[in-house]
Design a protein around this ligand. Structure first.
Ligand SMILES: *Cc1c(COP(=O)(O)O)cnc(C)c1O
Length: 339
């Protein structure tokens, strides 16, 4: 199957499974798992932060991060389109007693500084206490402009706000900009990075940050049910992913660009955006489901949303892009006249 629904669909290859099978393990709740400890040390080093914490999912990593920063009745400023706000079940509010203050993302994914400024509340018992600014990079595949990030971080600091980055795909941002993970993480107090997206591990995320914040997040991880025991078996997959699968993200980006170019030649659909490993395509309402079914019959999986997101990853190659372009073209050649 050519599965373009997400970059979470990758399956661990033999070499990654071998690293997992051979991992040295211990009880990580006791801090005894040498492979988890190594992954945490490597990630702290790679991101230029003091400390790191391994968690089962990106959702829990973001939440433990937010809870490390904010107390009950605090609030965090976040984008309307942000994963932590929109796609994590409202966890910050539900489990953290943290009020989100969402503001509209600009088209480049940034949160305009003036809007951040006017969302910050005065110190007054009527208001939640504005504590934190959370950004996301990449966001919907887009790399935040580095000059913007710098400005936003300086602004947050000047207002006494802490900063968190949902860097689920921080490695895609780093590769796209030809900079290091540390460059993408620079200036943020905490950063959450997924190993299970483009990096290809079966599970796991890492929260990095200052020693004090990671100690707080460590406590919340246990409270949230994320204390795992011989977690080195999955941490080994993460270490393998960091060693082997970062530089190759450039291939995913090139494949996405190639796919976008190919699809642009098909009149019935509209390629709305492509950046890093994502292509967003507007599909006509009366064709979306039939198109998805027709592609599935050719071994290609897409989600038939009105704005369909096609995602490249290490289990799809250039030939798969050609097969997808051919499949879409063939469908419309057969069906558009009738519409
Ligand atoms: C996938 C994702 C997460 C959450 O990761 P899970 O491991 O699925 O919980 C957080 N933020 C962004 C931007 C993501 O894409």
């Amino acid at each position: 199957m050519i599965d373009l629904r997400s970059d979470t669909v990758t399956r661990p290859p033999a070499a990654m499974r071998k690293a997992m099978a051979e991992a040295e393990v211990g009880d990580d709740v006791f801090g005894d798992d040498p492979t988890v400890n190594r992954l945490q040390a490597v990630m702290a080093e790679r991101t230029g932060k003091e400390a790191a914490l391994f968690l089962p999912t990106g959702t829990q990593s973001n939440l433990a991060g937010l809870m490390a920063h904010c107390e009950r009745g605090d609030e965090y400023i976040v984008g309307q389109d942000a994963h932590t706000y929109k796609f994590e079940g409202g966890g910050a509010a539900v489990l953290g007693s943290i009020q989100p203050q969402p503001i509209e993302n600009a088209s480049d994914g940034s949160l305009p500084i003036a809007k951040i400024g006017s969302a910050i509340k005065a110190i007054d018992p009527h208001f939640a206490r504005t504590r934190l600014l959370a950004l996301e990079n990449t966001i919907n595949g887009k790399v935040l402009p580095p000059a913007y990030v710098k400005e936003a971080l300086a602004f947050a600091k000047s207002k006494g706000l802490a900063t968190h980055l949902d860097g689920a795909r921080a490695a895609n941002a780093a590769v796209a900009m030809k900079v290091t993970l540390a460059d993408v993480a620079a200036g943020f107090d905490t950063v959450s990075i997924c190993l299970s997206k483009g990096l290809g591990a079966p599970a796991g995320s890492v929260l990095v940050g200052t020693k004090a914040l990671i100690e707080r997040a460590y406590r919340w991880r246990k409270v949230l049910g994320g204390g795992m025991r011989q977690a080195g078996i999955i941490a080994a997959a993460g270490l393998y992913a960091i060693e082997h699968n970062i530089a190759r993200l450039a291939d995913d980006h090139a494949n996405a660009e190639y796919l976008a170019q190919g699809l642009k030649g098909i009149a019935e659909i509209e390629v709305r955006a492509q950046s890093t490993n994502m292509v967003f395509v507007r599909l006509p309402d009366d064709h979306r489901t039939a198109l998805a079914e027709s592609l599935q019959a050719r071994g290609i999986l897409i989600r038939p949303a009105p704005l369909c997101r096609l995602v490249t990853h290490l289990d799809v190659n250039r030939a798969d892009m050609d097969a997808t372009i051919d499949g879409v073209r063939a469908y419309f050649t057969r069906n558009s006249k009738a519409a």
